[in-house]
Design a protein around this ligand. Structure first.
Ligand SMILES: [Zn+2]
Length: 204
């Protein structure tokens, strides 16, 4: 569930995503060339280490993802700008993608903060909207106490219920469930009138 991958092309929703995060931005495909020692979730430190070793500098921007048929997503990210001015993706990918789609965003610097992903639904359905809102709520809880260093102090019971709802929605969306289908809880009601209704109240 919730398996995003590199968008195969820059279609209208991807273009809209680019214009949301960095208006007029120019996205390009970069080949993934993992640097020895680089970690999947450590793009900012990977690039700092690389620049300290080989020169060049860190270039911040957005890595673009797609959950096919469901949503497109922009993740705050950094690549290495070589001394020759070439953008190089040195961070390995969780699902082994060979290329990424990246749009540079020089207005943004990384200061160790948690930056939420920006997500755009590919169709109007309450399940996808709820998935996006729950995902945002998780980051809001995580960052409520300040910088990432404080995250260790967030009680697990504040995050775990949200993660369970996120998973529930992810599985339902993967199973092609729509808001007017029977709720997966087995109540016999439509999702919209059952758990969709409860979640609507909870998210409000
Ligand atoms: Zn239900």
């Amino acid at each position: 569930m919730y398996t995003t991958t590199t968008p195969v092309r820059i279609d209208a929703p991807v273009r809209r995503l680019i214009d949301t995060v960095t208006p007029g931005g120019h996205a390009r495909y970069l080949r993934v060339q993992p640097e020895p020692g680089a970690t999947v979730n450590g793009c900012f430190s990977n690039v700092c280490a690389k620049a300290a070793r080989d020169g060049g500098r860190r270039l911040c921007g957005w890595q673009l993802w797609e959950w096919p048929g469901v949503l497109v997503e922009a993740e705050f990210h950094a690549v290495w700008l070589s001394p020759a001015g070439e953008m190089v993706e040195i961070t390995p990918k969780p699902h082994g993608e060979g290329t990424i789609l990246f749009v540079p965003d020089e207005r943004r610097a990384y200061r160790g903060e948690v930056v939420d992903n920006v997500r755009i639904a590919l169709h109007e359905d309450q399940l996808v909207q709820h998935f996006i809102r729950v995902s945002r709520a998780i980051v809001q809880v995580m960052t409520r106490n300040g910088p990432p260093a404080a995250q260790a102090h967030i009680p697990a019971e504040q995050i775990a219920p949200l993660r369970r709802v996120q998973q529930f929605l992810g599985h339902a969306i993967d199973a092609q469930l729509r808001e007017h289908d029977p709720c997966p809880c087995g109540s016999g009601l439509r999702y919209r009138q059952c758990h969709g209704h409860e979640l609507e109240l909870a998210l409000a």
